[in-house]
Ligand binder design. Structure first.
Ligand SMILES: *Cc1c(COP(=O)(O)O)cnc(C)c1O
Length: 308
């Protein structure tokens, strides 16, 4: 039995138009609140079968929470080391699953180094986005979607480090969707894939300046970048304000709360901005979820992003 659940694929009457059917794959309904449980759950199960005694993560967000969830379910301890900048709410959720949370250092790099210094031989480190086991787990959402609904003319998702993208593309190629364009959305200030495509090589951003912290990988994985040569990937950016607006539309129309990192994927659909989206009669949006923003946070961010 996998640790993730089958999620609904719903027709969105609210976001569809007479010329375009929009379907939402509701990964926000995974028990850990995001798609991450698919890949992380799969990786943890494989490591446990190979004899791992403990799971390690340096994510203070949805990846760390998914590791905590997997460890809890598999009956193995979890250690998460996060930098001082990590929000209280995800730390609370991670601790609630009996995972040990250590706060160390100013940056993710410092936290990760500290975690590695604590690593014991039977520990399994679970990467947030760059591991074939994760992609295998994420790919299951497409295997499900292919049974639940028709073949779409575009798939839309958001990109942080590119783990979701790599898994979804792997899934698309195994169900015969290799000719369906992938609209890969990032927020301005977290647009490491977009910058890499523009430069023709992997680019490391100097800093993350977007509110969509779950998209905040300064550099995407090499695997994600390589996919842009093997599949039609349309890289698109949206502003934080557009991503937050999309979150509030999703809350109003479908009664679902997600992070700006997820709203980002909905924003070009609502704005009907990307050219590849203009011609698609059937669009599949991965509603990847995220638990790090509450509804109140979204309302506050809405004010901040319209002022600045
Ligand atoms: C992790 C995450 C992303 C980005 O996924 P990557 O695999 O890093 O590209 C997007 N949205 C949410 C809510 C996430 O937790």
């Amino acid at each position: 039995m996998p640790l993730h659940i089958q999620t609904p694929l719903i027709d969105s009457d609210a976001f569809s138009t007479p010329d375009q059917r929009v379907r939402l794959k509701l990964e926000c309904l995974q028990p850990s609140g995001s798609f991450k449980l698919r890949g992380v759950g799969h990786a943890c199960e494989v490591h446990a079968a190979r004899g791992a005694r403990r799971f390690l993560s340096s994510s203070g967000g949805n990846a760390g929470l998914a590791v905590a969830h997997a460890g809890h379910r598999l009956g193995l301890p979890v250690l998460v080391v996060v930098p001082e900048s990590t929000l209280e709410w995800p730390k609370t959720l991670i601790r609630r699953l009996n995972a040990e949370v250590i706060v160390h250092g100013k940056s993710w790099t410092e936290a990760n180094e500290h975690l590695m210094s604590l690593k014991r031989p039977a520990d399994a480190f679970i990467h947030p986005f760059d591991d074939p086991l994760l992609w295998e787990g994420h790919a299951t959402m497409i295997a499900e979607a292919a049974v639940q609904g028709p073949k779409p003319q575009a798939v839309v998702l958001s990109v942080g480090g590119g783990g979701l993208m790599s898994g979804v593309l792997q899934g698309m190629h195994s169900v015969g969707w290799e000719d369906v364009p992938l609209i890969a959305v990032e927020t301005v200030g977290a647009d490491s894939l977009n910058a890499s495509i523009a430069a023709g090589q992997l680019v490391t951003l100097d800093a993350i300046t977007s509110f969509a912290t779950s998209l905040g990988a300064r550099r995407v994985s090499d695997a994600a970048f390589q996919w842009t040569f093997a599949h039609e990937v349309v890289s698109t950016t949206v502003t934080d304000a557009q991503a937050i607006h999309a979150c509030l539309e999703l809350a109003r129309e479908h009664r679902l709360i997600v992070e700006p990192a997820c709203g980002a994927a909905l924003a070009p659909v609502l704005g009907r901005s990307a050219p590849a989206l203009k011609v698609a009669t059937d669009v599949l949006v991965i509603v990847c979820g995220g638990v790090c923003t509450t509804y109140d946070d979204l309302k506050k961010l809405e004010c901040q992003s319209t002022v600045s």
